[in-house]
Design a binder for this molecule. Structure first.
Ligand code: NAD
Ligand code: 89Y
Length: 340
């Protein structure tokens, strides 16, 4: 697979490393509006074809997949440009600014006959994946209660200053991953209610969100997110789990220690593998998940399967984000709810 990557900013470096590790794929071209970002990436990764304009890159072609690593404002025009040029697409989260944009992007790629995956990587963190696989394999029977919890005081604003500036923050940026993990564990959602708070006075959006989900298969799940939790140990970027099932319990605790207990059965515990030698704390769990989701995309295409977080699937995660913002401000004209 020949990959072209658009957006060479803060997070794209992880994606470029992931492509270096992937079997069956290589990056042949990169694009960024900022020539300095391009120069740095060219130096670090040795990609020789560089462009400041995505249209020029598509016009020259020579790749079958585009990996869009820009922020959300440019996702729809770039996905639609890719669809017009008939290439497969990977697009970073948050996929779209509105449900209407998301549906239009899914339709555009569907009409081109190509595959669209949203880079929704948290469900590929190896500790979360071990929990998802155990649950899907029936390790604790039928789950009836879940909690997916992300509570941190880590300074994400120094690397991603735009996160402090938006009207929306934690649900759209981070909660979207945690809601997606809840979907990966318990399936689709019938009902959601949410509360939000802004604790940090230096930012525009909400930095605390607590959501209650009723899943279609009957699980009740609490999804709670905070960037205002100053606590040791600092667990960024771990998502911790408490799951009760008819046949036992599953816990994923700080340090990504996974424990599965069944009555009368042995207690099984494991720690997360740290498989990516270059991965740097505290980002290593995220970095490994980037490599894993990119390999999943390559393998899905080779097998003729849709990737787990296809565009169509991710519209359902995005719908939970929209529902949470709607729920959190029920009695006022909601300034942070976007139309459709
Ligand atoms: P960034 O601002 O550091 O980088 C974005 C880059 O895209 C910039 O260099 C900018 O010049 C370039 N760009 C923007 N529009 C462009 C266009 N039309 N054509 C060419 N280049 C363009 O942003 P970031 O922090 O790297 O975030 C990028 C995306 O990654 C965001 O959507 C963010 O939410 C997501 N992200 C995901 C994770 C994760 O774990 N999945 C983690 C961090 C960030
Ligand atoms: O942008 C966010 C993401 O997707 O994962 C963590 C993050 O970098 C900050 O919240």
């Amino acid at each position: 697979m020949k990959v072209a990557l658009i957006g060479c900013g803060f997070f794209a470096i992880n994606q470029l490393h992931g492509w270096q590790d992937a079997t069956g794929a290589e990056v042949v071209a990169v694009c960024d509006r900022d020539p300095e970002r391009l120069r740095l990436v060219q130096e670090q990764f040795g990609v020789t074809r560089t462009y400041t304009d995505a249209r020029a890159m598509f016009a020259e072609g020579g790749f079958d997949t585009v990996d869009i690593a820009t922020t959300v404002q440019s996702h729809r025009p770039l996905v639609e440009l890719a669809a017009r040029h008939g290439v497969h697409v990977i697009c970073q989260k948050p996929f779209a600014q509105t449900m209407q944009d998301a549906r239009a992007m899914v339709s555009a790629v569907e009409a081109s006959g190509k595959v669209l995956m949203v880079h929704e990587n948290f469900r590929w963190q190896s500790a979360l994946r071990a929990a998802i696989d155990a649950l899907r394999g029936g390790a604790i029977g039928t789950p009836f209660f879940g909690r997916v919890s992300f509570r941190s005081g880590y300074d994400v604003f120094s690397g991603q200053p735009y996160l402090a500036e938006g009207e929306r923050f934690i649900i759209e940026d981070l909660g979207i991953h945690i809601l997606d993990v809840a979907r990966a564990l318990f399936g689709d959602v019938r009902r959601l209610t949410a509360t939000t708070r802004r604790i940090n006075p230096g930012i525009e959006g909400e930095d605390v969100a607590t959501m209650l989900l009723e899943h279609k298969d009957g699980v009740t799940c609490v999804v709670d997110c905070s960037y205002a939790t100053k606590r040791a140990p600092e667990t960024f970027p771990e998502s911790l789990l408490e799951i009760d099932g008819t046949g036992g319990t599953l816990r994923l605790d700080a340090g990504y220690r996974l424990t599965i207990q069944t009555p009368g059965g042995p207690r099984r515990a494991m720690s997360a593998r740290r498989f990516c030698p270059r991965a740097a704390r505290p980002w290593h769990n995220i970095q490994e998940s980037v490599a894993l989701i990119q390999q999943h995309f390559v393998d899905s295409l080779a097998a003729g399967r849709q990737p787990e977080t296809s565009g169509a699937d991710n519209v359902l995660t995005l719908a939970l984000v929209e529902a949470a913002y709607l729920s959190a401000v029920p009695n006022t004209a909601p300034s942070n709810c976007r139309k459709s």
